[in-house]
Ligand binder design. Structure first.
Ligand code: ADQ
Length: 492
């Protein structure tokens, strides 16, 4: 798939690699995580550039190992380095104490420190300067995620006239929540400096449009087929919904591997034949892990006949460990796991097995294969790739998916999954019960439906539909002078 005649210049918060200090020298490792998982298949096709932050002290040695890594591939990695203060205010501050909680409807967790906003603008400017240096005529600049919503505004100021596209990986809140953001008009108008803005679901797109109607009065909005056109004097933006996904065939193939099947049988054997529930999450309060543990506790309290016959395996990959809220969450989860195990455990049966580390792909697939039920119950999630990976890995067309109605994936998977409100402890416990009792024929019917949907709407379809909008969307050439495109209302 070619997005357009030129190259693709990807701009994301992180590079798709981590730079690690080996015993002798630095080396570069491809990294894990939702965004990277989703974009990795693009790397092979894109002969372009990937710009992103490397969380290390700047050094010629790092630049050199990244150049060597790039030389072995068909694309170039361009690192951005942040000072400790920029990391603290832009990344930990504005991105993770303002935008992340607010956009996940958790405004009480926000810290609207005004210095965070200044850092957001300054760092977005740095990314834009690098993109302006790298982008050539005819290239498509594709910016990813909430950290970098103001990059197009800076690029326009630098008089970059290439196609600028943006994909928003997390939810977009409705006006009642978004209005709390002290820089709400600035963020909205900055997004309108992109030619194409993509969201995960129609709900996110609807919320964005509703926010525009409230806060950007000059915007003229009209719906055309499956996207929305937003016109402002001198600029036009296409707004669409493009649900991100996984490489279904790769997951299905990997899950069918003999070594993975054997490892799955080992896991089942080690659990003494207990029905296995599985949670796999990045350690994050949006993923609803304590709420899920409460639901499981309620399940055990109300189903003593199943003690010794059911086990929850909760796999958590460490994340954002330098942010205090995440450190607290880690302790809370550990405390709850040990309380539940202490309250219900018996010799020969541990109710919850807790794994706090990243699993490699074959091990992850073996857990997906071994799990009778996947519990994917985020409080809010842009999409959630774990539920799609679980379906792809269920090569025998069995297994039950319990899915939060607040995950973006629920829009596609509602007819095969058991949908739950993750805040409703009793309803989640009831869904666990239903999943355990479900006849095999119904499991198969549901899982076939789920797998067909994930197979047909895979990562390549996401990429192709986004890139085709980006290639054919409007090009904002006739721009008014930048001063006229400043936010309509400048906040104090
Ligand atoms: P994330 O919040 O990181 O992504 P998600 O979509 O669930 O969330 O992806 C997590 C990825 O990490 C999955 O590929 C999963 O396999 C992997 N993972 C999780 N725990 C793991 C473990 N212990 N070991 C190994 N791998 C593990 C953000 C948004 C999401 C959106 C994605 C993509 O928050 O809503 O779906 O981007 O757009």
């Amino acid at each position: 798939m070619k997005a357009n005649e030129g190259r693709v210049v990807v701009v994301s918060n992180r590079l798709p690699v981590t730079v690690e200090h080996g015993p002798q020298r630095l080396h570069v490792e491809p990294s894990a995580g939702g965004l990277v998982t989703a974009l990795r298949p693009l790397l092979d096709d894109s002969a372009g550039v990937w710009i992103g932050w490397v969380d290390s002290e700047p050094s010629p040695e790092i630049e050199r190992v990244l150049e060597e890594y790039s030389a072995r591939r068909n694309f170039t990695l361009k690192p951005i380095f942040l000072t400790p203060e920029e990391k603290s205010r832009f990344y930990c501050g504005f991105s993770n104490e303002v935008l992340w909680p607010l956009f996940h409807d958790l405004q009480s967790r926000c810290n609207f420190d005004p210095t965070y906003w200044d850092a957001h603008l300054a760092v977005n400017e740095r990314f834009a300067e690098m993109a302006a240096t790298e982008a050539q005529s005819g290239d498509l600049v594709w910016v990813h995620d909430y950290h970098l919503m103001s990059v197009a505004a800076s690029l326009r100021r630098l008089e970059v006239n290439q196609r600028l596209s943006y994909f928003h990986h997390i939810p977009f809140p409705g006006p009642d929540i978004f209005e709390k953001l002290p820089w709400r008009e600035e963020i909205l108008t900055a997004l309108l400096d992109f030619d194409v803005v993509g969201f995960q679901t129609v709900r996110d797109r609807r919320n964005f449009i509703a926010c525009l109607r409230h806060f950007v009065k000059a915007a003229e909005i009209k719906t055309e087929e499956d996207h929305v056109i937003v016109d402002e004097p001198g600029r036009r933006t296409v707004v669409g919904a493009y649900p991100i996904s996984i490489d279904f065939n790769e997951f299905a193939r990997g899950a069918s591997d003999e070594a993975v099947s054997m490892r799955a049988r080992e896991i089942t054997y080690d659990l003494n034949g207990c029905t296995m529930l599985l949670g796999v999450d990045r350690l994050d309060y949006t993923k609803g892990i304590p709420e899920r543990l409460s639901a499981f506790r309620h399940f055990l309290e109300t189903h003593s006949e199943l003690h010794g016959k059911i086990t929850l395996v909760q796999v958590v990959v460490p994340s954002r460990e330098d942010i205090p809220k995440y450190v607290e969450l880690k302790s809370e989860i550990q405390r709850m796991v040990s309380e539940i195990n202490g309250q219900f455990g018996e010799p020969g049966w541990v109710p919850i097995h807790y794994i706090h580390r990243s699993l490699d792909r074959p091990e992850l697939l073996a857990y997906y294969r071994a799990a009778d039920v996947a519990l994917v119950t985020p409080l809010k999630d842009g999409m959630n790739l774990v539920c799609k990976e679980y379906c792809a890995a269920r090569v025998n067309n069995d297994g039950v998916l319990v899915l939060s109605e607040f995950a973006g994936a629920a829009f596609q998977l509602h007819s095969g999954a058991l949908l739950v409100n993750p805040y409703h402890t009793r309803a989640v416990a009831e869904a666990i019960r239903r999943a355990c009792d479900m006849p095999l024929a119904e499991k198969r019917k549901r899982m076939r439906r789920l797998r067909a949907r994930v197979r047909s709407e895979d990562i390549f379809r996401w990429r192709d539909s986004f890139c085709s909008s980006a290639a054919t969307g409007p090009l904002q050439i006739a721009k008014p002078p930048f001063e006229q495109r400043l936010p309509r209302r400048v906040s104090a």
